[in-house]
Design a protein around this ligand. Structure first.
Ligand SMILES: NC(=O)c1ccc[n+]([C@@H]2O[C@H](COP(=O)([O-])OP(=O)(O)OC[C@H]3O[C@@H](n4cnc5c(N)ncnc54)[C@H](O)[C@@H]3O)[C@@H](O)[C@H]2O)c1
Length: 548
C-alpha cells in the first residue's frame, strides 16, 4: 500500500467521534459509520452530539478539509477503508455484571462479509478477555478476503473531558497483533504520536484487551481504596485529604487517582470491572478477582454516604427540605451521565422527599431526559436559591470558584456538602457555612480535641491525637433519647451501657459493653418505632462507642 491507509471508525460515540476527528486532523481520510442515522447526519453537519472540549472545532476542520465524512452505509465503509476501527458500545448486560457485546457482534457480522480486499479490522471497544481471540478466529472464515482480512486489538485509554489531548498524545499505544504486518499498519496510523515519543507496545491481542480492563480495575481499586480510608477517617477523626497527600508522595503509591470523594461512575469503570469479574468467573478465575466486588461495593457506599451527609447538612431530615445540587455529570468536562454518582445522589434525595434544584454546565439536557422530576436551574445561584443544603457533586472548576459570601445570601441555611473536596473549606467556614466533606473532620470547633475529657475514655482509639473516634462518641453523643426514637435502655442487659450516638448524623442506639464494644444496636429507627436491637452487624465505620 503506497498511499496512506484510509480509515473507517464504526460507532461514533464519545470514543469513535474523538478517534475519527483526531485521525482526520493528522491527515488521514476518515469515514465515520453509525447505525444512528440522525447522529451520522448531525456529525456530517458539524454538530457534536455530546459535550467534549475542543472536539467540535476538530470535527468541523476535518469536514471542511474533506478528509472526514459520516455515513450509515456499511458497504460504502467496507469499500472505502483499509483499516476499520470498531468503537461501538459495550454496555453492561441487563440483569448481569457481564458485558453486552450485541453492538460489537452486529458490527462485526455486518462488516466482515463485505471485506473483499486485504484490510485490518481493529477492535478498540473495551471487551472482556477472550473476545479478540473469538473474533480473530471468525474473521478469515467470514470475510471474502479470507486471511487477507486480519484482526488486531488496540484498546483506548482516553478520558472524557480530555479526549482530544488523550487521542493525539496518549500515554501509550498498545497494539495487540497476530502479525508484523498488523503492527506495521498500526505504527503507520499512529506515526505522529510515536514520533513525538509516545511508547508503542506490541503484544498479542489477548494481552491488549486485558491491558484495558486491568487498567480500569486498578484505577477503580485505587479510588475505592482511598474512599474506604475515608470511611475509616470518619470514625477516627483523621482527615482523608491529608492522608491521600501523604500516601501519594510515596513513589510506589503515587498521588494520581488517589482522590477521595463521591467515587467513580460513567460509561466505563463501573461496567468494566463488573464485566471483568464476570468473565473471570466464567473462566474459572473468579476468586482472583473477587475483590472487585468489594471495590464496587465501596464505590456504591459513597453514594449512600452522601445522602446521609446531605440529610445531616439539611438539619437531620430531607423530607420537605430544599436541596441545591451543583453538578450531575459523572465528571467535569463531560455531559456524560451514564452511572453518574452525582445524578444518582440527586435523584435519591428527591425520592426521599426533598425538592432538588440542579445546575450543571453541560449535562442538564441529558439529565432532564432521565430525571425530568428534578428542578433544573440556569446557574449556581439558581440552584442555591433558598436551599436548606447545597451539595457540590461534580467538581466543575466554576463550582470551586463560586463565592461563598455571595451564595450565603441566596440560601436558606448555610450548609454545604463538598462531595469532591473541590472547595476551600476554610474560606467557606469563614463565611459562616457549615462545611462538610466525606472523610474530613467536621467543624473544627466540634473536633474531639476540643472536648478535653475524652483522651482517656474507654474505647478511645490508640494513637488518635484527640483520643476518640470522631463520630462514635464525644461531642455528638446525647444522653437523652430523642422523643419518638427507639429506646434500648429498658431492653438492654445490665452489663451494657446504652448510648444514643450520632453515627454519620443519624440517631442510633447502641448497647456497649464495658470495653466500649457495641453488642446490640439499632441504627436509624424511624421516629415512633421502638425497635429491637438489630441483628445486623455493627457498621464497621462506626467503630466503638464510649462506655457511659
Ligand atoms: N467513553 C470513553 O471515554 C471510552 C474510553 C475508552 C474506551 N471506551 C470504550 O469504547 C466503546 C465505546 O464507548 P462510547 O462511550 O463511545 O459509547 P457510546 O455509547 O457513546 O457510542 C457507541 C456508538 O456506537 C453506535 N453503534 C451501535 N451499534 C453500532 C453498529 N452496529 N454499527 C455502528 N455503530 C454502532 C451507537 O449508535 C453509538 O453512537 C466502549 O466499549 C467503551 O467501553 C470508551
Amino acid at each position: 500500500m503506497s498511499r496512506r491507509p484510509r480509515l473507517t471508525v464504526f460507532g461514533t460515540g464519545y470514543l469513535g467521534t474523538a478517534h475519527a476527528a483526531c485521525l482526520a486532523s493528522l491527515g488521514f481520510e476518515v469515514l465515520g459509520v453509525d447505525v444512528d442515522a440522525a447522529r451520522a447526519r448531525g456529525l456530517q453537519a458539524g454538530i457534536l452530539p455530546f459535550y467534549e472540549p475542543g472536539l467540535e472545532p476538530l470535527l468541523r476542520a476535518g469536514l471542511r478539509a474533506g478528509r472526514l465524512a459520516f455515513t450509515t452505509s456499511y458497504p460504502a465503509a467496507a469499500e472505502f477503508g483499509d483499516v476499520h476501527f470498531i468503537c461501538v458500545g459495550t454496555p453492561q448486560r441487563p440483569g448481569s455484571g457481564g458485558a453486552d457485546l450485541t453492538q460489537f457482534e452486529s458490527c462485526f457480522a455486518g462488516l466482515a462479509p463485505l471485506l473483499h480486499r486485504p484490510c485490518l479490522v481493529v477492535g478498540k471497544s473495551t471487551v472482556p478477555p477472550g473476545t479478540a481471540a473469538a473474533y480473530g478466529q471468525r474473521l478469515p472464515g467470514t470475510a471474502p478476503a479470507g486471511t487477507g482480512a486480519e484482526l488486531a486489538w488496540n484498546p483506548e485509554f482516553l478520558r472524557e473531558g480530555h479526549a482530544v489531548a488523550d487521542t493525539l498524545r496518549p500515554d501509550r499505544v498498545v497494539a495487540g497483533v497476530w502479525s508484523d504486518h498488523a503492527a506495521a499498519t498500526l505504527r503507520e496510523v499512529y506515526a505522529e504520536p510515536l514520533a513525538a515519543g509516545v511508547p508503542f507496545l506490541v503484544t498479542d491481542p489477548a494481552t491488549a484487551e486485558l491491558v484495558k480492563v486491568a487498567a480500569n480495575a486498578f484505577l477503580a481499586t485505587k479510588i475505592s481504596f482511598i474512599n474506604a480510608m475515608a470511611e475509616v477517617c470518619e470514625v477516627t477523626g483523621a482527615d482523608v485529604l491529608s492522608l491521600a497527600d501523604a500516601l501519594g508522595r510515596d513513589p510506589r503509591i503515587g498521588g494520581a487517582g488517589l482522590r477521595p470523594g463521591l467515587g467513580f461512575g460513567g460509561g466505563c469503570l463501573p461496567k468494566d470491572i463488573r464485566a471483568l469479574a464476570a468473565r473471570a468467573a466464567e473462566l474459572g478465575a473468579g476468586e482472583a478477582l473477587s475483590f472487585l466486588h468489594e471495590i464496587d461495593a465501596i464505590n456504591q457506599r459513597r453514594r449512600t454516604r452522601l445522602v446521609d451527609l446531605a440529610r445531616e447538612a439539611a438539619g437531620g431530615r430531607l423530607d420537605g427540605r430544599r436541596v441545591g445540587v451543583l453538578g450531575v455529570a459523572f465528571k467535569p468536562g463531560s455531559d456524560d451521565i451514564r452511572d453518574s454518582p452525582a445524578l444518582e445522589v440527586a435523584a435519591r434525595i428527591q425520592a426521599l422527599g426533598a425538592r432538588v434544584a440542579v445546575f450543571d454546565p453541560a449535562a442538564m439536557d441529558r439529565a432532564s431526559q432521565v430525571h425530568p422530576d428534578l428542578d433544573y436551574r440556569g446557574s449556581v445561584l439558581g440552584a442555591a436559591r433558598d436551599a436548606d443544603a447545597l451539595l457540590l457533586l461534580t467538581e466543575w472548576p466554576e463550582f470551586s470558584a463560586a463565592d461563598p459570601v455571595v451564595l450565603a445570601k441566596a440560601v436558606a441555611r448555610r450548609a454545604i456538602v463538598d462531595a469532591r473536596h473541590a472547595l476551600d473549606a476554610a474560606a467557606w467556614r469563614d463565611s459562616g457555612w457549615d462545611y462538610r466533606a466525606p472523610g474530613r473532620p467536621g467543624d473544627p470547633a466540634g473536633l474531639p480535641g476540643a472536648l478535653g475529657d475524652s483522651a482517656g475514655a474507654p474505647g478511645a482509639l490508640a494513637g488518635h491525637p484527640a483520643g476518640v473516634p470522631r463520630h462514635a462518641a464525644g461531642p455528638r453523643e446525647a444522653e437523652e433519647p430523642l422523643p419518638g426514637r427507639c429506646d434500648l435502655t429498658r431492653r438492654a442487659p445490665k452489663r451494657f451501657a446504652v448510648k444514643r450516638l450520632d453515627i454519620y448524623g443519624s440517631s442510633s442506639m447502641a448497647a456497649c459493653d464495658r470495653r466500649g464494644l457495641p453488642s446490640a444496636w439499632n441504627w436509624r429507627a424511624p421516629p415512633g418505632r421502638s425497635a429491637a436491637p438489630s441483628t445486623r452487624p455493627w457498621p464497621r465505620r462506626a467503630a466503638r462507642c464510649r462506655y457511659g
